[in-house]
Write a protein that binds this ligand. Structure first.
Ligand code: SF4
Length: 200
């Protein structure tokens, strides 16, 4: 059975969906089935809220102050469940909530969504991954068209109003010149950018 909750590098993670509208060239899902304590992060089907709550009730969160929604999929694909699960983790265990996201929630859900995360998510890491729409299509390969990149930037800007800590990440699968342009965009938006190494 696949893991809904797993631990990795000293943090606890929630794996609530395998759905994702992207096919990033660096996606860790192509490196193996599991990560950290999880033998497999491939869910037979996305779990219900009840199934997730049962896993939470059976898990010892005492070593952790924060839970990260990440896993083998884009958490905002299961937006309602993400929000309800985060509320449950906060109420029951007083945990801080971090969301790792591709930033395409508004396109996925067909409406503005950043405001729904207010009071629910404490910090968000958004995968910027490219300095323009053309290179974003090349690197993230979203199922959406050219509108994907501008939607990502709009969602990120919105998040600043509702989430205390907003950060960008990118994987160094692009050129130095493209990384510099990403940094400029991040600076202009006053969002910290973290560059991660491509783990192949
Ligand atoms: S957005 Fe995340 S889960 Fe989706 S393909 Fe890219 S790296 Fe993988």
């Amino acid at each position: 059975m696949a893991d809904i909750i797993y631990t990795y590098a000293g943090s606890a993670y929630m794996n609530i969906t395998n759905k994702c509208p992207c096919r990033c060239i660096f996606c860790i899902r192509s490196n193996g089935d599991g990560l950290g304590s999880a033998e497999s992060l491939w869910l037979k089907k996305d779990p219900t809220l009840e199934e997730i709550k049962a896993e939470i009730d059976a898990f010892d969160f005492s070593p952790y102050s924060e839970v990260v929604f990440c896993g083998y999929g884009e958490p905002t694909q299961a937006l309602d469940i993400l929000i309800e699960t985060a509320k449950y983790l906060k109420e029951k265990h007083g945990l801080k909530i971090r969301l790792n996201s591709n930033g395409l929630s508004d396109l996925i859900n067909g409406r503005p969504t950043a405001h729904l995360l207010e009071g629910v998510v404490d910090s968000i890491s958004i995968s910027l991954n490219a300095p323009d729409s053309e290179s974003y299509q090349r690197v993230a390969r979203p199922k959406f068209g050219e509108e994907a990149y501008s939607a990502l930037l709009k969602f990120s800007e919105d998040c600043k109003k509702y989430i205390p800590s907003v950060k960008f990440t990118l994987v160094d699968a692009i050129s130095e010149e493209e990384i510099e342009r990403c940094q400029k965009i991040a600076d202009e938006m006053e969002i910290e950018l973290r560059v991660r190494n491509w783990i192949k």
